[in-house]
Structures are given as C-alpha cells and as structure tokens.
Ligand binder design. Structure first.
Ligand SMILES: Nc1ncnc2c1ncn2[C@@H]1O[C@H](COP(=O)(O)OP(=O)(O)OP(=O)(O)O)[C@@H](O)[C@H]1O
Ligand SMILES: [Mg+2]
Length: 349
C-alpha cells in the first residue's frame, strides 16, 4: 500500500510538471507536449496494455502547414482552416495521445475557438477511422454538458476539429485545489453535471468510454462564484461507441487508470464502463490519489477497505461519498449503479 501511494505521488508530480504553463519551446512540437502526462497515466494505470500503444513516435505537423484545401468533412469544398480561422500556435490549450489543441479565432465573427489538430500520419488506418468517429459522434450531439463541434477540416495529412473554446479541464482544477484535491461540495457539483451529460449520452446509446478529469472541460467564468463552481462539458469522444442497451463491445478503449476491469480483462462491456470511470473520477477528485496499485489485481484491492480508503484523507470525507464510489466501482456490471441510480443517491441529492 505504501508503494501505491508513492506511485500516486510520482504520478501527480509528473502531471503537475506537464501542466506547467506552456513555454514557447513546447508550442511547436505538435502532439509531443504532454508526454509526461501520457507516460505517467500509463504507469499509474492498471496492468493491462494501454490503449495508447498505437501512438507512434513520428513528428507532428503542429497544424496548418500542410493545409492544401478542404478535403471533405465539415469544411466544405475549397474551404481551408486558414481562410476561416486564425490558429494561435503559441497558445496550446492542451494535448493528448491523438492531438494538440490550440486556441483560435474565427475571422468572420471574432469568436474564440479551440482547434484540435490531429496528424493522421501518426496513426494507422484503423485509428484514422476512429479519429473521424469522434467527429461524427460529436456532430450528432447537442447538449450543454457536451462540447460543441463547430467545424471539421481535413487535409491529406491533418484533421482539424474546431470546437467551442473552454477554459481548462477538471484535472487542472483538482491539482490546483488545496492539497491537490477538491472539497466534497465542489466534487459533488462537478460529478452531478457529469451525470447529467451522461444521462443525455446514455439515453442515445452513446458510451463515452474514456471519461477522466482531463476530458471534463470547464466553461469560462461567467460570473461571481463560477470559478469555484464552473459549468462542465465533456470532450474527447475519440473512443466513444454506440452501444445498444442490451449489447456488449470488446474493442480496447480508454485510459487504464480509469478503465473498468471488464475492459482490462477483455470481457464484454457496455455503458456501465462510464459509470466505473465516474467512480474513479469521484475518488481522484476527493482524495487527489488513484484508488489502485497498478501491479495488483483490482478485485483483490477493492475488497480491502483499509487499502481503498486510508484514514488520510478519507476519515475527513463523508461515508455517503465512499458509499456512492463503492456502488460505481462495483465489479459486477449488473449491480453497478446506472446514471439514474447515481442521480438518486443521497450524496448527490
Ligand atoms: N474545446 C476545448 N477547449 C479548451 N481546452 C480543450 C478543448 N478540447 C480539449 N482541450 C484540452 O486539450 C486536452 C486534450 O484534448 P483531447 O482530450 O480532445 O485530446 P486527445 O488527444 O484525444 O486526448 P486523450 O489522450 O485523452 O485521448 C484536454 O484534456 C483539454 O485540456
Ligand atoms: Mg483527452
């Protein structure tokens, strides 16, 4: 157990380092800017092969330089990203395994946007289909808890996903909280909004499959108190799947540390994998640590309450909170709480 806390500490240190303000040197590196986060996520995660393994080490275009004209998608014939948007390469909003997200401005309207730049050459064909999957799923969604897709441009080499611009993500918020975690009140506020967005998605049979604090975006401050209690929107639908109520999928998805054990064990999974991730997000937000030691079986660890909830900090956290986490991180898909059940839980109400 000592080890796992240490590992969590290393993870947090790596994440903190990766989240330091972007320096000019990092701005031109395309997708490479947050290798620290990716590496740490993988090492802090559970034992299964990481879904990030398809990422090759090829260099990335950092956006725009190969734009030779709109190639299908939402951009329209002859339209290029550059003709419509000023891409601010010096302002990186974030990056992940698929791409780097830059700030931008629409020339016509002055509207600020976020532009995810994906270098298609870094991914095998199968992954390219997956990248477009993100766009097609986002196109079909319209909810205040889901980031809005404005437009998509495509060149031979690059995919540009233009979205509404948000002000940061939940991981940054957790790490900037006192002791690197958030209070029950704030966590509850954020988790309730995640549940609202998930209710919308799950009723449409859309399963996010990669829920984690980095993929929960925070809206820009709208008024007094909104910095402490921000509105959230889910982003990064790269692994999202349409899964009918009674169906199961088997493909590899997500980020190990937040992944339900049935995925890690290559068993079939359904929409309840998102609920497991909500449990891990709640745990991470309240404690600033990960629940599991990557080297041991999740089933063994989860049965050991004193391992799962060590006195620091859990003795200061309500039993209702840990009760909800237990119902979300339930090994049994059948018994795991659904959105509706979590919504009615006494900690959320
Ligand atoms: N619309 C947005 N506004 C502001 N920041 C954003 C926006 N979209 C993404 N980001 C930032 O960029 C980061 C990476 O974006 P995203 O998760 O879509 O990329 P990814 O490569 O698919 O990531 P992952 O490694 O999780 O698969 C997010 O964690 C967030 O910090
Ligand atoms: Mg992401």
């Amino acid at each position: 157990m000592q080890m796992s806390r240490q590992q969590a500490g290393h993870f947090e240190a790596a994440v903190r380092a990766a989240l330091l303000p972007v320096s000019a040197g990092r701005g031109s590196g395309g997708g490479g800017g947050q290798e620290g986060v990716k590496a740490a996520t993988t090492s802090a995660g559970a034992a299964a092969a990481s879904a990030v393994s398809a990422t090759s080490s090829g260099s990335s275009s950092a956006g725009g330089s190969d734009a030779v004209g709109g190639g299908g998608g939402g951009g329209g014939v002859g339209e290029t990203l550059e003709s419509q948007f000023d891409v601010q390469h010096e302002e990186i909003l974030g990056s992940g395994q698929f791409g780097t997200v830059y700030a931008g401005v629409c020339y016509a309207t002055g509207q600020e946007v976020a532009i995810k730049v994906i270098d298609k050459l870094r991914f095998p064909t199968k992954q390219e289909t997956q990248l477009k999957n993100e766009v097609s799923i986002l196109q079909s969604l319209n909810h205040e808890g889901v980031v809005k897709l404005h437009k998509m441009f495509e060149t031979q080499r690059t995919l540009f996903v233009v979205m509404e611009k948000m002000a940061g993500d939940m991981l940054e918020m957790i790490l900037s909280g006192a002791e690197g975690r958030l209070s029950e009140r704030v966590t509850k506020y954020l988790v309730a909004q995640i549940l609202c967005a998930l209710r919308y998605l799950h009723t449409r049979c859309v399963v996010h499959c990669d829920l984690k604090p980095e993929n929960v975006l925070l809206a820009p401050a709208a008024g007094h108190g909104s910095l402490l209690y921000p509105q959230i929107k889910l982003c990064d639908f790269g692994f999202a799947r349409i899964i009918g109520e009674k169906s199961f999928r088997k493909s590899i998805v997500g980020t190990p540390a937040y992944l339900a054990p049935e995925v890690l064990k290559y068993k079939g999974y359904n929409r309840s994998i998102d609920m497991w991730s909500v449990g891990v997000i709640t745990y991470v937000s309240l404690s600033g640590t990960f629940p599991f030691n990557e080297d041991e079986d999740i089933a063994d660890q989860i049965k050991n309450a004193s391992f799962m909830y060590p006195p620091v900090p859990w003795e200061t956290i309500s039993a209702e909170a840990t009760n909800l986490i237990d119902h979300l991180m339930d090994l049994s898909i059948k018994d795991r709480y659904t959105v509706a059940m979590a919504w009615c839980h006494k900690w959320i109400k």
